[in-house]
Design a protein around this ligand. Structure first.
Ligand SMILES: [Zn+2]
Ligand SMILES: [Zn+2]
Length: 208
């Protein structure tokens, strides 16, 4: 099952250039089976996610969030708490809230804005780190893999798509189809996926 854990929508991201429904259709056309909406400091309403899922099943749409704090960006899944939308988080505080909720926490596009990582990943270990995305410097890949190995966390490949055209190149292939968001998070934490960074041009060659 091909999943992209980092997708933006026009409805909730000022920089988003495609509405949610267009992102879903483009993801399906690109050969993905599931996406996670991670708008900047905004959660997708549960009713909206339910209606998109009902319309596009068996394609799956999950709701997450992207937070900018302490000079880094993080994607969070499995914490449907409106307090996340506040901009005042520190990384240790966010880490505690995500852990308490049993959510999934990943560092998005490290080294995008500066040549170092500005949070303490050793003391506050995320679950994963984005090694590939449209906004991760390709030259940083080896360094990011090294950070992942050192911390014992999983590398991820996500689009960080703000347009429909950005979908389908960076994605993760889950070992099986999760029954729900909790199972998806468990699989991600257990590393039951592989990462891909080449276009999904022939979907029949990929496991669904
Ligand atoms: Zn953005
Ligand atoms: Zn993003």
């Amino acid at each position: 099952m091909n999943i992209d854990l980092h997708v933006h929508t026009q409805e909730r991201s000022a920089c988003g250039q495609a509405p949610a429904a267009d992102q879903v259709r483009a993801a399906m056309a690109a050969g993905l089976d599931a996406i996670v909406f991670t708008d900047h400091h905004r959660l997708a309403p549960a009713e909206r996610l339910a209606s998109l899922n009902a319309t596009h099943a068996p394609f799956c749409i999950f709701g997450g969030i992207e937070l900018s704090l302490d000079d880094e960006d993080f994607i969070v899944l499995g914490v449907p708490d409106v307090r996340l939308e506040a901009r005042a988080w520190s990384y240790p505080a966010l880490h505690a809230v995500v852990r308490a909720a049993g959510g999934f926490l990943a560092l998005a596009h490290p080294f995008r804005y500066h040549p170092d990582i500005r949070v303490d990943l050793e003391q506050y270990r995320p679950d994963a780190i984005e090694v590939y995305s449209h906004n991760t410097p390709p030259a940083a890949a080896a360094r990011i893999f090294a950070v992942a190995a050192q911390l014992g966390i999983h590398p991820l490949s996500n689009s960080d798509a703000h347009t429909t055209a950005a979908l389908g190149t960076y994605y993760n292939v889950l070992a099986r189809r999760p029954a729900n968001e909790r199972e998806l998070i468990a699989m991600l934490k257990a590393g039951q996926f592989s990462i891909h960074n080449t276009p999904l041009t022939n979907r029949t060659t990929h496991g669904r």
